[in-house]
Design a protein around this ligand. Structure first.
Ligand code: SAH
Ligand code: SF4
Length: 338
């Protein structure tokens, strides 16, 4: 039998594995602590274990690691990490410093099947889902690199559609909250709007924040920008948002990429106010980040500011998201790990 990858095991599977080896349960808790809180990369590093225990355990098991292929630093402090996976695929993870926060933007899939026209990952097509441990390992690896600083917030806004990798996402969230002890309130999953999974999610996963890539307030425009809208049109998407159980004092974030002449008119803003009426919502207006061959143009600053004013006057909190990491192609929608 081959060696067992301890990171491929869930918490209960670790307990079972150690029990099979006739090791007491506190050893399982120690392993979980060293992997998820001390971010060690091999069994040899568990110095709380005797040398004998480490070597006997190493005969049966090992700890996998993503391969750090590249790390680029932007002039604004944003860092992009390129990680290699066991099958030679690669993914990108972005670390974004902002005031006192250090937010890690993680990937959930290699590529994405949904083909939104404004997104470089979408143009790649879909390769495969990430394993739960490959999702969590992005956090573990970056934590190791930036120590003694630590990550404060996690957003699932990297490559891929998290809700289409549902089971692995749920398992990853359990590990992130329970084993890594990152607070629920600091974790956000962003989705293009997989409605069936938005309903399922709160029943199966730890409670976290929800963000919706909305981008349009009218089906005709959203159909064009995001093909998933043909399966789950705005009416059903917004109903699912209305029913989503929010954490106390939290709102759903609606992301809205501003595209010149497509979704940036005053009447688009008015439709948006109407659409989100009654939902605890906030809107993030996102300046479009172009990528090679995209054939699209972002709205100009004046248009974005005017759009924001209309939303705020309509009592809809709206923010213009600063675009970070553009000089290293680490900005939203530019991830393609090529
Ligand atoms: N699949 C999920 C999460 C990954 S995309 C989703 O769609 O929500 C994360 C964010 O990147 C989304 O809010 C999307 O609107 C934004 N994004 C994609 N391409 C972009 C681009 N070219 N410029 C700016 N933001 C972009
Ligand atoms: Fe996929 Fe999200 Fe990009 Fe759309 S925006 S293609 S859902 S990663």
């Amino acid at each position: 039998m081959g060696k067992i990858n301890l990171k491929a095991l869930s918490e209960s599977e670790i307990h079972a594995f150690m029990k099979d080896l006739n090791l007491p349960d506190f050893r399982s808790r120690q392993i979980l602590h060293w992997i998820y809180q001390r971010h060690i990369e091999s069994i040899e590093k568990i110095t709380e274990f005797s040398i004998e225990l480490r070597s006997s355990l190493s005969e049966k098991a090992y700890i996998s690691n993503l391969l750090l292929l590249d790390r680029k630093l932007s002039s604004d402090g944003t860092e992009k990490y390129l990680f290699g996976l066991y099958d030679n695929e690669s993914i990108e993870t972005v670390l974004i410093p902002d005031d006192k926060r250090l937010t890690l933007c993680v990937s959930s899939q290699v590529g994405c099947s949904l083909g939104c026209i404004f997104c470089a990952t979408g143009r790649l097509g879909f390769k495969r889902n990430l394993e739960a441990y490959e999702i969590v390992d992005q956090i573990i690896n970056v934590s190791r690199v930036i120590a003694p600083k630590s990550i404060t917030n996690i957003v699932f806004m990297g490559m891929g559609e998290p809700l289409l990798n549902f089971n692995n996402l749920v398992e990853a969230l359990f590990r992130i909250t329970k084993l890594m002890k990152i607070p629920h309130r600091r974790i956000t999953v962003s989705t293009s709007g997989i409605v069936s999974k938005i309903y399922d999610f709160p029943k199966k996963a730890p409670k976290i924040n929800l963000a919706i890539s909305l981008n349009a307030a009218e089906d005709r425009i959203r159909d064009f920008m995001m093909p998933i809208n043909k399966t789950y049109p705005l009416k059903v998407l917004i109903n699912a948002c209305r029913e989503f159980p929010l954490l106390p004092r939290k709102r759903i974030t609606f992301e809205y990429i501003m595209l010149k002449g497509i979704n940036d008119a005053i009447y688009d803003a008015k439709r948006l106010i109407h659409l989100l009426h009654g939902i605890p919502a906030k809107v993030n207006l996102i300046p479009f980040n172009p990528f090679e061959g995209c054939g699209l143009e972002g709205s100009d600053d004046k248009t974005i500011i005017r759009f924001q004013e209309v939303l705020i006057n309509g009592n809809l909190p709206a923010f213009i998201r600063k675009s970070k990491g553009q000089d290293i192609s680490a900005a939203c929608g530019q991830l393609k790990a090529n």
